[in-house]
Design a protein around this ligand. Structure first.
Ligand SMILES: Cc1ncc(COP(=O)(O)O)c(C=O)c1O
Length: 366
């Protein structure tokens, strides 16, 4: 048997006719930039995120970059975030000229340890960027309390967590802004790059809209230095076809996760911890195991897709050496990076496939 980490062809087969018709509509009208598909998607993503406004972006990365730039974050500023994330979170902070400041993660959820954030605040801190990793939101209440106390912006990196819930609130609706990615492997994935920013702040929304068009308003008059951060209408067209399925797909992922949870009970496999405050969308199902690298090789030999998110924490990346962090600074992030691995959890998995994954893992550990 062959069980990939993700099977986008299986998903495409269920929406093919609609997707082709939607793309064809964009091609026929030759609305190549912006237009009704982008506007419609923005309205719908704002609505499902319980936010007033949404601004399309060319990627999740550009959603974050536009947010930072629109909040006027730059040289001399500090942004507190987690070292256990995808590069884009930290790369965007650094690209504005601001300094990424790390605090360690909670070893259970792998999200930023909210208790540690307060100790990292300095006079230069301008924002906190929690990341909602693998589909589960960070502990937002204490983060928002610190932000209010010090008048800081909160940028939710919700790239992996669209429609995820914390204490009844949707991802992106708690902070100053929330950033989503439509990278194809996300629960709501396009057929290329795409992203979106949501906010309830009208003034900031207006700025984000200007910034995505090189900071110009009216055209060719540049009050700000922005970028080309626009969402492609072909992506919007496909995402509009997929959006009505998002909840069902996330529910199927939760069912698959529950199936694994049950099978791994009482074994050496540490299953994901989901806080009672959260409803996760399981963009990834990540287990922790002894001899992780050997298990990876074993599963790959058995034709089972698996991946390490993420093998090197950001404070140990070569490009961030200038920040002055060293090995041992964030022990929980470093430990997680050595022990964690994602196994297939995508909605179209059959029980037979899941049994094969479970059996392959347990036979290795026995
Ligand atoms: C946590 C996180 N932040 C940011 C991004 C960047 O999104 P994109 O790949 O759409 O630029 C990703 C994408 O994988 C991500 O997982």
């Amino acid at each position: 048997m062959n069980v990939p980490l993700l099977d986008l062809k299986a998903q495409y087969a269920t929406i093919k006719d609609e997707a082709l018709a939607a793309v064809s509509e964009v091609l026929e009208t030759q609305t190549c930039i912006g237009g009704p598909k982008v506007t419609e998607l923005e309205g719908k993503v704002a609505a499902i995120s319980d936010c007033k406004f949404a601004v399309g972006a060319s990627s999740g990365t550009d959603a974050i970059l536009n947010s930072l730039m629109s909040l006027d974050i730059g040289p001399c500023d500090e942004v507190i975030t987690t070292p256990f994330t995808f590069f884009a979170t930290v790369g965007c902070i650094a690209r504005t000229g601001a300094k990424p400041v790390f605090v360690d993660i909670d070893p259970q959820t792998y999200n930023i340890d909210a208790e540690l954030v307060a100790s990292a605040v300095t006079e230069k801190t301008k924002a906190i960027m929690p990341v909602h990793l693998y589909g589960q939101m960070a502990d937002m209440d204490p983060i928002m309390e610190i932000a209010r106390k010090h008048n800081l912006a909160v940028i939710e990196d919700a790239a992996q967590s669209i429609t995820s819930v914390y204490k009844g609130k949707k991802a992106g609706s708690i902070g100053t802004v929330g950033c989503f990615s439509f990278f194809p492997s996300k629960n709501l994935g396009g057929v290329g790059d795409g992203g979106m920013i949501v906010t309830n702040d009208e003034q900031l929304y207006n700025r984000l809209v200007i910034m995505r068009n090189h900071g110009s308003k009216p055209k060719y008059y540049h009050k700000y230095i922005g970028g080309n951060f626009r969402l492609d209408p072909i992506q919007a067209a496909v995402l509009l076809v997929k959006l009505p399925h998002l909840d069902d797909w996330s529910e199927a992922r939760r069912r698959n996760a529950a199936y694994y949870d049950e099978k791994f009970k009482g074994t050496a496999v540490k299953i994901p911890y989901i806080s009672p405050d959260c409803v996760t969308i399981y963009n990834q199902y990540c287990i922790r195991v002894p001899k992780r690298d050997e298990l990876l090789a074993h599963l790959q030999k058995n034709k089972i897709g698996c991946e390490v998110y993420y093998p090197v924490p950001m404070h140990l990346q070569e490009c961030f050496k200038y920040l002055g962090y060293t090995q041992g600074d964030f022990p929980e992030a470093e430990k997680a990076a050595k022990e964690i691995m994602a196994i297939p959890v995508y909605p179209e998995l059959t029980d037979q496939m899941k049994d094969y994954v479970v059996e392959s893992i347990l036979s290795f550990l026995r």
